[in-house]
Design a protein around this ligand. Sequence first.
Ligand SMILES: [Fe+2]
Length: 203
Amino acid sequence: MALVRIGGRKTEDGLPAVARSAEAGERDGAQVLSDRADVTAFLARHGIDYERWTPAHAVASDAPPEAILAAYAQEIAALKARGGYVTADVIDVSPDTPNLDLMLAKFSREHWHDEDEVRLIIEGRGLFHVHPPQGPVFAVEVEAGDLIRVPRGTHHWFDLCGERRIRAIRLFQDASGWTPQYTGSGVDEGFDPVCFGPAYVRP
Ligand SMILES: [Fe+2]
């Protein structure tokens, strides 16, 4: 289940801030949404589709991409029909992935794409920051079973969580449109790439 954190900039000392009022759904000066309906409605207001796609299919942690695409063939076909996507692949990274930092650095600065960023998370976690034209930056932590569609043109950036593991199905209308276009705003530097974790709202 995804979590949304609205606001809450980097702390003065650069360290992750500590809890303020978990009971009020507010921590570190940020508002946190954890209820599925709240998360879905909030993201929809920003043009972002969010759905839970569970129960997920059982696939081994080391299953090759072809096995994952085969297991999720029905879901992929449904998404293609819905969104005009033509191809699907699997992004699979772990701490052992060669040049992982180099790869992550491409996406951890504010950018947009000329096509939708569609991810069905199979394993692991990740953190999208979204910078709407009006209103504050918000963060969306995604985990296994989450489907998210960040529309083309949306300013955003992405980080892995502490375990540096994510495996997700990606869908493309045209893979060439998915090159990151950097804004160069530096807005991303004001936000900690810190995931909330399952304990965030249940301390
Ligand atoms: Fe992106």
